[in-house]
Every structure is written in C-alpha cells, then in structure tokens.
Ligand binder design. Structure first.
Ligand SMILES: NC(=O)c1ccc[n+]([C@@H]2O[C@H](COP(=O)([O-])OP(=O)(O)OC[C@H]3O[C@@H](n4cnc5c(N)ncnc54)[C@H](OP(=O)(O)O)[C@@H]3O)[C@@H](O)[C@H]2O)c1
Length: 256
C-alpha cells in the first residue's frame, strides 16, 4: 500500500495510538482527519500538528456517524483510508450483576458497532479509489483475554474475526483490510485502572506502535502483531492455558 498522498480518517485520533498514527501519516505526506468526543483533546492535537483536520464526533451515536461520513464526503471526497481506532476499556465484574455492566459507556457500541457502521458507510466510496484501506486497531487481548476486562477482550476478538471476513469480502476490490494488534501501550485507555491495580508495566510507546504499523502497511502485511503479540499469537495456540495464566497473572480476579 502506498503510504503517501492518502486522505485518512482516524477515529479517536486526538490521543494515544491514534494521535501517533496521525503524526506518522502526516510526516509521510498524507492528509489526516481525526475525530473524538472531547473538544479540548482535539484542540491540543491540532496545536501539536497544525496540518490536522479535526471533527468533534461521538461515534457511538448512529446519526453522528452518518454526519461524520457526510462531512468527509462534502469536504474531503479524496478520503481513501479509514482507521477504526477509537476504543474504550472497562473493568466489569459480572458477579455484581448489573451494577458494573451499566455503569459506563458501551464498549460494544464504540469498539464494535461504530467500526461496523463506519466500514459500511465508507466501503462503497473506497471501492471507487485506485487504492484504499480500512485499518482496524484490535489488541493482543483479542487473542488471549484479560478477564477483568471481559467485554473489551470480546470486542477485540470480534474485531479480529471481522477483519478476516472483511478482507475476504473485499479481496477483488481496491480496498485493503489491515489489522493492527498492539500489546500493552502506555496511553490513557485504561483511565487510571492500571495504576489502581498496581500494574507497573505501562507498556510500549504509542510511537513504536505507529512506526511499526506504517512499515507493515507499506509492505502490505495485513495482520500486524506488534511486539510481544507476535509471541502471544503463536504461544497461545501451542499452550492456551499457560498464556491465559501469563496474561492474567496480575489480575485481581485470580484471588477471588
Ligand atoms: N493502550 C493499550 O494498551 C492498547 C492495547 C491494544 C489495543 N489498543 C487499542 O488502541 C486503540 C486506541 O487506544 P489508545 O490506547 O490510544 O487509548 P486512548 O488514548 O484512550 O485513545 C482512545 C481514543 O478513542 C476516542 N474515543 C473513545 N470513545 C469515543 C467515541 N464514542 N467517539 C469518538 N471517539 C472516541 C478517545 O477520545 P474521546 O474520549 O475524546 O472521545 C481517544 O482519543 C483502541 O481501540 C484500543 O482498544 C490499546
């Protein structure tokens, strides 16, 4: 895939991995549009990268997704890459019944429904371009779940499955489907939960994820495990129990 001269929409591009992807794509001569819910984060990103185009949008809202698509079509019809990056992660303990489950935004709406719907909106347009791409950001936790974030892990497994199906469906088109599978990355994704549970390993930098991802995309490597996820992918097939234990070794659920 040519990684210059594209017009790229990155959901959740104002922070973390999305922002680093935006930075790298801009450095490679692309036009980048980002969206997110928080205006202040979009402003901060724009101050950091003045070339960025920002659009406030809550992608968990079906009408807002249509609006985002309409905005791109009206102002940036050259858009040919969608990065489904926005995501949230919540600790949910099902032994508490509804309490944890209902106490926060829906991971399925943000991590999954938004990805499916935006993909459906943009794919026919992308098929008119000479070369285009959908890039899904899943996770190593889609391979081996972290049991304290059960829905998050399930959404990432689903995203992996979806990426395979979509890649096959679009095989005869101009749309390439990539999946980035990061390990633990030092971002705000966990909303301070890692600190609360005393997790000292904050993971690799978002910059490393973005640099490795762009290299792989440029070489048409469609599944992109980053860092330790390369080991996780193979190891979990050989010894699933061991890898479930390793991933969950610091999880408080083990002691319950
Ligand atoms: N950090 C890790 O350890 C790790 C590991 C593997 C995979 N990932 C994946 O990487 C992706 C990026 O996460 P990150 O680690 O970079 O964390 P992050 O900095 O928290 O980024 C998530 C972004 O998504 C946006 N977002 C969340 N809900 C949204 C909504 N309803 N509408 C629009 N934007 C929304 C957030 O902005 P607003 O809050 O302003 O909307 C934020 O900018 C996620 O899909 C995550 O699952 C992360």
């Amino acid at each position: 895939m040519n990684i210059t001269n594209n017009t790229i929409l990155i959901t959740g591009g104002a922070t973390g991995i999305g922002l680093e992807l935006a930075k790298q794509f801009i450095a490679n001569g692309n036009t980048v549009i980002i969206c997110g819910r928080r205006e202040n984060k979009l402003r901060e990103a724009k101050n950091l990268l003045p070339a960025l185009i920002t659009k406030q949008c809550d992608i968990s809202d079906i009408e807002k997704r249509r609006e985002l698509y309409g905005f791109c079509m009206a102002q940036f019809p050259s858009v040919n890459i969608l990065v489904n990056n926005a995501g949230i992660q919540r600790e949910i303990d099902f032994r508490k019944g509804e309490t944890d489950y209902l106490n926060g935004p829906s991971e399925t709406a943000i991590n999954l429904d938004a990805t499916f719907h935006l993909t459906a909106l943009f794919t026919p347009h992308f098929m008119k371009h000479k070369e285009s791409a959908i890039i899904n950001v899943s996770s190593g936790l889609g391979i081996v779940p972290l049991v304290i974030v059960p829905i998050y892990s399930a959404t990432k497994s689903a995203l992996h499955s979806f990426s395979i199906s979509l890649r096959k469906q679009l095989k005869a088109t101009t749309v390439k489907v990539f999946e980035i599978l990061p390990p633990i990355v030092d971002t705000e994704l966990d909303n301070g939960a890692r600190d609360k549970r005393g997790q000292t390993d904050k993971g690799i930098s978002a910059e490393k994820v973005a640099v490795e991802s762009l290299k792989a995309i440029g070489k048409d490597i469609f599944e992109i495990p980053i860092g330790i996820v390369k080991v996780l992918r193979i190891g979990s097939r050989i010894n699933p129990k061991l890898f479930l234990k390793i991933i969950n070794k610091k999880s408080p659920v083990q002691t319950l």
